[in-house]
Design a protein. Structure first.
Length: 114
């Protein structure tokens, strides 16, 4: 089992920045991958950014150049710059272990509005 807890969401104006954090209950480098997903009202959950145990990173086209995923032993981060109203969503931390089991955090709300 992996417990994940997100933090850092909130209300920000368009063009602003937020940094999300995800604390994992075990060493992140023992996991196959970690990722940030988001779900906007009325839409399906979508992948935002992913980082593998080997350090390979992928971003959704919609956030490339604006968002940066990073990690240390215990936390994963998502630095979000130049936020747009369409970035409004609940952001979820995801982890996949070596047995390909998925684990999810409870989510943190990001609202981009003036």
């Amino acid at each position: 089992q992996v417990q994940l807890v997100e933090s850092g969401g909130g209300l920000v104006e368009p063009g602003g920045s937020l940094r999300l954090s995800c604390i994992a209950s075990r060493n992140i480098f023992s996991l196959r991958s970690m990722a940030w997903y988001r779900q906007a009202p009325g839409k399906e959950r979508e992948l935002v950014a992913l980082i593998t145990s080997g350090g390979v990173i992928n971003y959704a086209d919609s956030v490339k150049g604006r968002f940066t995923i990073s990690r240390d032993n215990a936390k994963m981060y998502l630095q979000m710059n130049s936020l747009k109203p369409e970035d409004r969503a609940v952001y979820y931390c995801n982890a996949v272990d070596l047995n390909l089991r998925n684990f999810w955090g409870q989510g943190t709300q990001v609202t981009v509005s003036s």
